[in-house]
Design a protein around this ligand. Sequence first.
Ligand SMILES: Nc1ncnc2c1ncn2[C@@H]1O[C@H](COP(=O)(O)OP(=O)(O)OP(=O)(O)O)[C@@H](O)[C@H]1O
Length: 304
Amino acid sequence: MSYVIRTHGITKAFDNNEVVSNVDMNVKRNEIYGFLGPNGAGKTTIMKMITNLLKPTSGEIEIFGERLTHSSYNVLKRMGSIIEYPAFYDHLSGAANLELHCEYMGYYSPNSVQNALEMLDLTETGNKAVRSYSLGMKQRLGLARAVLTKPELLILDEPMNGLDPAGIKYIRDLLKMLCKECGITILISSHILSEIENIADTIGIINHGKMLRELTMQEVRDMNLSYVELVAGNLKQAAYVLSEHLHINNFKIIDDKVIRIYDVATPTPELSKSLVQSDVAIESMSKKSESLEDYFIKMTTEDR
Ligand SMILES: Nc1ncnc2c1ncn2[C@@H]1O[C@H](COP(=O)(O)OP(=O)(O)OP(=O)(O)O)[C@@H](O)[C@H]1O
């Protein structure tokens, strides 16, 4: 497996207050990695460490197989990023801001500014002063700057912030294209799962500075998110029937009347027949499913 980013037990403390704790993150080459966590979870701090804007208190970061140090200029030249809100010279045009960035990065390629503006649908506004841009246009200009120097790795901290639904779709489609057609690896953070679940190949869930889980979207799709909810009088007997008669162990007792059975392969009529035959007083039985958003919220609230 080839990785573009690997962090090994990175920790960051500000004034003895640990806000990132022992995080291992593994971003594979040519994938979109969705970095998910509620506000304040530590996403920006980790992305700042990966882009060398902050130094970890302990732990190591490897990018393109090289250990990141204060002098890793060549590694940094191979990435583009938006960390927090992108800042520009407001009195200059979008195009002039991009030209300045090329100069600063020592990157010269004919038409690169025009191509980046075009890619982000900013051709018409490229010559206007940034101070006249809406928040969404600034976000797109930030992305234009991030892709300007043709990076191999994009680090995007909540790039959908401030965009309307059409703008979010535009960016999602663009990121998919950049990853699948141009081979760019993308690390993108969000606190809203639905923003990235359709484009991510892998997600990492973080809360209170700790990586709770890293899993591929295929693993997410294979998870038991559907279940049968059984409301019954004598739950002890119901649990006994499930495990001893039906050999189902994948269930959870929610309270003194409710069991959730995650083995949805057993048909509901078969379940109810066995339960009734063993004198379980069924009040109701229904198929339900948990959305991925519910799962994400549950994971991050259970960790409190
Ligand atoms: N320079 C700093 N000094 C002190 N505390 C900081 C500093 N930067 C971040 N923090 C704290 O670290 C924690 C993590 O913040 P961070 O911005 O990384 O979270 P986040 O997941 O990106 O959240 P958000 O989505 O709100 O940006 C927060 O409690 C924040 O207050």
